[in-house]
Design a protein around this ligand. Structure first.
Ligand code: ZN
Length: 59
């Protein structure tokens, strides 16, 4: 089985990892109530998705 001859240094490992970063969640305004909500999710404020009610939020 081919294997790496030497272990990569911490510096080399960390340099590779500079490319992976946390991304900010994409938010958009709810069509129904105008609150900010996650894309492709029902609005947690009013329970609407694609202009239809998916659930009725608790008071
Ligand atoms: Zn809403």
């Amino acid at each position: 089985m081919p294997n790496p001859k030497r272990r990569h240094s911490k510096s080399r490992r960390d340099k590779r990892r500079t490319h992976y970063k946390a991304t900010t969640p994409s938010l958009s305004k709810c069509d129904n109530c105008g609150e900010m909500k996650l894309n492709h999710r029902a609005c947690p404020n009013c329970g609407y998705y694609a202009k239809r009610s998916m659930f009725v939020p608790e008071a």
